[in-house]
Unconditional design. Structure first.
Length: 613
C-alpha cells in the first residue's frame, strides 16, 4: 500500500488509513465489488476517491443530491483532484465540457444523480473508460431502508452494462435486512461486506423526556447560549415547527436562525442552505429534507425537536454533527405525542409490522436506563460491553444488578424453541402460560416452562428489551420477528460473561423531573473526550486561525471548512507549527493546501506566538 499511502498524504493530508479503509481500497483496486458500512464522518469517501486517483480512467459516483455532489466536488478540486458533476441545473454548454473532459481522460471522478444515469448511459458512459462505480447513500435502493428512493431502482443495470468494473456501495446506516437487499438490488458480484465500527465517541448523547413546548424551547435556548458561534441543526417533524422555532429564536431571543423545509420556494431553500454552509448563520431549523446534501464538517450539535421514527433515521441525522471528529453534542426531545403520531404513520405504511417494531426500538432507546451508545451499537450488530461515559445515562447512572440468571432463563427458553418464538410467546413460556397456541406447540414441555413465573409480564418485557439493547438477542425481521441468540448472548448463557441489568424505574421517575447534574450543565470540551490532557488547543490561537480561515473563504467564495476543517485548526493550535515542514505534518494538509495556504497560516502562527514574548 506504499503508493496508496503516498496518494493519501499528497491529496488528503493524512499519514495513515482509518480502520478498514486500506482493505476496501485494495478490494476495489483488485476489481472486486464491496458493500461498505461506515458511520457519517468515518471516511467513506476516501474509500472510492483514492482508488479513483490510482486507477486509470474516471470513477462514476452516483449521489442523490446536487448539494452533496457540489460539496464533494469542491473539496476534491481544493485538494488538486480533477472532479466534476453532471446535473440538471448546469447549462448544456457546461455539461458538454464535462463530457469532453471525461472522454479525453482528464477527469478522475464524475458525480451524477440516479435520475441522470439513463441519459448518459449510451451518450457518455459507453464511450469513456470507467475505473469504478460508487453508489453513495446505497440504503436508498432498499425498500427496507430508512430513505427509500424509487429512482435508485434503475441502478440494478449497472453490473450488467459494465461487467468487470468494480462497484462499491456505501452507506452510513443499514441493518441486516437492508444490507441483504442492497446486495440483491445492485446485483453485486460476490461482494465483500465491510462493516466499520458505528461508534462515534466524539458525539455526546442525551434524551429529554416529557417536556412541554415552552420547556423544550427553554432547554434549546440554554443549550445554544452555551455554544455561541457553533453551527447546529434543530430537526423538526412539521414544516410549521421549523418556521415557528426559528422565529422564536430570532424574534424573542435574538439568536440568528433560519428555517428550511421542502415547502419553501427553491430560492429561499437554496439561500438558507448557502448561508448555513458558509457560516453566515449558525442555526438552521429544518425537516429531515435538510442534511443528506450537507457535507459541512464543522456542525457542532444536532437537536431533535421530535423523536425520529427509527434508530436508522436518528443515527443518520445525529451523524451530521462532528464529522471532523471534534467533540459535538446531540439532544433528542421525546414525548408521548411523538409516539402516538409515529405509530399511526407506521400502521398506515406499506410495511406496518417492521416499521412498528423499528419505532418501538426507537422508543426503547429514548426510555432506556442503559448506556445509550451501547444500545445504538448493539442495534447495528456491534458488540459493546463497556459504558461510554459520554451520554446522559452514564453521567447519571441508575441502580444496576447482576441479572445473569434472569437472562440465562430467557436465552435458554429461546434456544429450546429452536429460536422460533417472538417476545410475547417467550414471556408466556417463562411465566408458564396456559395459552392454547403455546400448548399446541408443546412449549409447556420445555424445561424452562414457568421458570420465570415470579416476575410479572411487564417486568419480563422490560428485561427482554434490555437484552435486545445489550446485544444478547436480536430480532429476525425476515422470519416473523422471531428472537435469535447472538454470540454475545451465548457467552452469558454458558456462564462466560455477566449480564448487568438496570432495575426498573418507578413510573413517575422521568428525565423531566430529575435535576441535571453539574457535570451535564458544563460547556462541552473543545476536543474529543478521548483526547490526551496535553492535547488541548490554544484558544487564542484557535480564534485567530478561525478568523483567517473565514477571510480566505470569503475571498475564494467557498465554505470555510473546505479550506481547513475544525480538526485541522485544532491540530495547528496544539502543535503551533512555525515552519512549512512542520505545517506539512498537520492533519488534513496535503501538497495542494501546503503550497496554497502554508505560508499564510505559518505567518499567522508566528505572529501570535511572537506577541506573547
Amino acid at each position: 500500500m506504499e503508493e496508496q499511502l503516498r496518494i493519501l498524504k499528497k491529496f488528503f493530508g493524512y499519514d495513515t488509513f482509518r480502520p478498514l479503509q486500506a482493505d476496501i481500497i485494495k478490494r476495489t483496486i483488485e476489481k472486486g465489488d464491496s458493500l461498505v458500512l461506515m458511520p457519517t464522518g468515518g471516511g467513506k469517501s476516501v474509500c472510492f476517491q483514492l482508488p479513483a486517483i490510482y486507477l486509470p480512467g474516471t470513477a462514476v459516483v452516483v449521489s442523490p443530491l446536487i448539494a452533496l455532489m457540489k460539496d464533494q466536488v469542491e473539496g476534491l478540486v481544493a485538494n488538486g483532484i480533477p472532479a466534476a458533476s453532471l446535473n440538471s441545473v448546469m447549462s448544456e454548454e457546461e455539461r458538454w465540457q464535462v463530457r469532453q473532459r471525461c472522454l479525453q481522460g482528464q477527469m478522475k471522478l464524475l458525480y451524477i444523480s440516479p435520475e441522470g444515469l439513463t441519459g448518459e448511459m449510451e451518450r457518455l458512459f459507453a464511450r469513456m473508460e470507467i475505473s469504478l462505480i460508487a453508489i453513495d447513500e446505497a440504503h436508498c435502493i432498499s425498500q427496507w431502508g430508512h430513505d427509500f428512493r424509487p429512482e435508485y431502482a434503475q441502478l440494478s443495470v449497472l453490473k450488467e452494462r459494465f461487467a468487470g468494473v468494480p462497484l462499491i456501495a456505501l452507506t452510513a446506516t443499514a441493518d441486516k435486512i437492508t444490507r441483504h437487499d442492497i446486495v440483491k438490488q445492485l446485483n453485486l458480484d460476490n461482494p465483500e461486506i465491510f462493516i466499520s465500527s458505528f461508534d462515534r465517541p466524539n458525539l455526546s448523547l442525551a434524551v429529554r423526556r416529557g417536556l412541554e413546548q415552552k420547556d423544550k424551547i427553554a432547554e434549546i435556548i440554554r443549550f445554544i447560549r452555551h455554544r455561541q458561534g457553533q453551527s447546529g441543526i434543530i430537526y423538526c417533524r412539521k414544516r410549521n415547527d421549523t418556521e415557528k422555532v426559528a422565529d422564536i429564536l430570532m424574534r424573542k431571543y435574538g439568536i440568528p436562525a433560519i428555517a428550511y423545509h421542502a415547502g419553501l420556494p427553491p430560492a429561499t431553500r437554496e439561500k438558507a442552505q448557502d448561508d448555513f454552509i458558509n457560516d453566515r448563520i449558525d442555526v438552521v431549523c429544518a425537516t429531515i429534507a435538510f442534511g443528506m446534501g450537507i457535507d459541512k464538517s464543522n456542525i457542532r450539535w444536532v437537536i431533535h425537536y421530535n423523536m425520529p421514527g427509527s434508530i436508522e433515521n436518528y443515527y443518520q441525522e445525529i451523524g451530521r454533527a462532528g464529522r471532523d471528529g471534534v467533540a459535538s453534542d446531540t439532544v433528542l426531545f421525546y414525548s408521548l405525542g411523538d409516539l402516538v403520531l409515529l405509530r399511526r404513520f407506521a400502521e398506515e405504511s406499506g410495511q406496518m409490522d417492521i416499521n412498528t417494531e423499528k419505532l418501538y426500538r426507537m422508543q426503547r432507546y429514548c426510555e432506556t436506563d442503559l448506556c445509550r451508545r451501547r444500545v445504538l451499537l448493539n442495534y447495528f450488530g456491534e458488540e459493546a460491553t463497556d459504558d461510554c461515559g459520554n451520554c446522559d445515562v452514564c453521567r447519571n447512572p441508575p441502580r444496576r444488578f447482576d441479572g445473569s440468571i434472569l437472562v440465562q432463563k430467557a436465552l435458554s427458553a429461546i434456544m429450546r424453541t429452536e429460536e422460533r418464538v417472538g417476545m410475547r410467546m417467550l414471556i408466556d413460556i417463562l411465566r408458564g402460560s396456559g395459552r392454547m397456541e403455546l400448548l399446541q406447540l408443546d412449549y409447556h414441555l420445555l424445561k424452562t416452562y414457568g421458570a420465570g413465573r415470579d416476575l410479572p409480564y411487564e417486568a419480563w418485557r422490560e428485561y427482554i428489551y434490555q437484552m435486545l439493547q445489550l446485544g444478547f438477542i436480536e430480532v429476525d425481521y425476515l422470519n416473523g420477528q422471531t428472537l435469535k441468540v447472538t454470540p454475545s448472548g451465548k457467552k452469558v448463557l454458558f456462564g462466560e460473561a455477566q449480564a448487568i441489568l438496570t432495575f426498573q424505574k418507578e413510573p413517575e421517575e422521568t428525565v423531566a423531573t430529575k435535576k441535571r447534574s453539574a457535570k451535564e450543565r458544563k460547556t462541552p470540551p473543545a476536543t474529543s473526550p478521548t483526547a490526551p490532557e496535553n492535547s488541548v488547543p490554544d484558544e487564542a490561537l484557535m480564534t485567530a486561525l478561525r478568523r483567517l480561515r473565514l477571510q480566505l473563504a470569503q475571498q475564494e467564495k467557498m465554505p470555510a471548512y473546505i479550506i481547513f476543517s475544525d480538526a485541522s485548526l485544532q491540530d495547528m493550535a496544539i502543535k503551533k507549527p512555525v515552519t512549512l515542514d512542520a505545517f506539512s505534518d498537520i492533519r488534513g494538509v496535503g501538497d495542494m493546501k501546503l503550497e496554497k495556504y502554508g505560508n499564510t497560516f505559518v505567518t499567522l502562527i508566528r505572529s501570535v506566538l511572537d506577541e506573547r514574548k
